[in-house]
Design a protein around this ligand. Structure first.
Ligand SMILES: [Zn+2]
Length: 435
């Protein structure tokens, strides 16, 4: 039997084995624990899809002796991680530590995907001057070396606009399968289930023939889709009544302007802990003694304190960053995302749906930290805001001063849902996502 098994090692397996051994060898050669933590993101890459899209390696050439500044464009492939890419390009590991330090407040570098692209710029004496991460067709992240050796993080975004697409279907079997059938993706279906889940029971209340219509916004550059989408409105027609959710100012409301999901919690803990470090755009960092933004609040939670999701949402990322420690990102559907750092134990999985107030982790002291605490962030439309003072949907209904704006939006969305005839045509162009 063992003899037969040998034959299962196809050339593909051999390539994968060699690459795995290489990665291991590099991991062993790395001097610190932090370096091996950096290797983790690559392990989640699926070899099936990556091998097919593999791009030629950036050529490893001797560093030029001339005065020419050098730029390398690196296609990310299976097994790549920053430690390896830096080593291949002769960049000292210390530079990576500085970049990871600058990334702590953003956590952009843990999402290296095969097929993605990095830019490496060098000065004329072969010192790295800039690292560019191309996120999607509209976004890039730039880390620029400063005179003191630290790096500055910058996010650049091209102008985009949103177009609306209408998807309609009938229930045959489960809502999930019916929605997949018309082309909605898993995260869109998870969000819709969450938005309407307080009005009806998807298992018990739906009948064959019930109809649904979903308007999806798709972000575009001048020419191409960036891959970002959002659910703009949903209607679900049963025999007795129709259920609605409309996106308005980053949150979802029914046709009467009542919030379809519960209001957000202000605190991610059962009780209020001392704020050991406040949200601050220009904080003097306690360890590095450098000025850097502090994009969240630090709560003085002892290790093991239960951490709660502040709103209904879906877990989009779980990671372990050398400086931020174990962390969780939750997308709350509309404009809102939350982030929880330095955790001791994570109690949810990537892709899990969570409810407001649900325990997601135990707080800890992981990553680089001055002591046990929870670092908690709230982002609105991708921008970090002070979670203690930001305007969050804590009220259950549209405010009276927004009533007529909401009525306009509802009318426009209902018209799109009713008059659109196909589920593939681009119907309307929205000028801004916040309407
Ligand atoms: Zn913090």
């Amino acid at each position: 039997m063992t003899f037969n098994r040998v034959q299962f090692f196809t050339p593909l397996h051999k390539i994968l084995l060699v690459m795995a051994s290489l990665i291991l060898a590099i991991a062993v050669m790395m001097p610190s624990n932090q370096a091996s933590a950096l290797l983790l993101p690559s392990l989640s890459i699926n070899p099936e899809t990556s091998v097919n899209t593999r791009q030629p390696l950036a050529k490893k050439e001797p560093l030029p002796q001339s005065d020419n500044k050098k730029q390398i464009q690196w296609q990310v492939k299976l097994g790549d991680n920053l430690s390896y890419i830096f080593q291949e390009n002769g960049i000292p590991a210390a530079e990576l530590q500085e970049i990871m330090q600058a990334d702590t407040q953003h956590l952009d570098l843990e999402a290296l995907q095969p097929g993605g692209r990095l830019g490496l710029d060098f000065t004329d004496n072969n010192t790295l001057s800039q690292l560019t991460l191309y996120r999607d067709p509209a976004r890039k992240i730039i880390y620029t070396r400063q005179s003191d050796g630290s790096y500055q993080h910058q996010k650049k975004q091209a102008k985009t606009h949103w177009v609306s697409e209408v998807y309609r279907g009938r229930i045959e079997g489960s809502f999930y399968l019916s929605a997949r059938h018309v082309g909605l993706d898993q995260s869109q279906i998870a969000l819709i289930s969450q938005l309407l889940g307080y009005q009806l029971d998807f298992r018990r209340d739906l009948r064959a023939g019930d109809r649904f219509t979903v308007v999806i916004g798709r972000e575009m550059t001048d020419k191409i889709a960036t891959g970002q989408t959002q659910v703009e409105s949903v209607s679900l027609e049963r025999r007795q009544r129709t259920h609605y959710a409309f996106r308005f100012k980053g949150h979802y409301y029914d046709d009467k302007g009542i919030s379809v999901t519960p209001a957000f919690l202000r605190w991610p803990t059962h009780k209020r802990f001392r704020i050991s470090s406040a949200f601050n755009k220009n904080r003097l960092h306690p360890i590095t003694k450098r000025r850097a933004p502090h994009h969240g609040v630090d709560l003085a939670t002892p290790v093991g304190t239960p951490i709660l999701s502040t709103g209904d949402g879906v877990v989009t990322r779980i990671g372990n960053h050398p400086f931020a420690g174990k962390y969780i990102d939750i997308n709350h559907g509309g404009s809102y995302t939350t982030r929880y750092l330095h955790l001791h134990r994570i109690q949810v999985k990537r892709g899990s749906q969570v409810k407001r107030g649900q325990r997601i982790a135990l707080s800890g002291n992981t990553g680089r930290s001055t002591g046990p605490h929870l670092h908690f962030e709230l982002h609105i439309d991708g921008q970090p805001v002070d979670p203690m003072t930001a305007k969050i949907p804590t009220a259950a209904a549209i405010k009276p001063q927004n009533a007529s704006k909401f009525a306009d939006l509802r009318q426009q969305q209902l018209a799109v849902m009713q008059h659109a005839t196909s589920n593939s045509g681009l119907q309307t162009a929205q000028k801004s996502r916040d309407f």
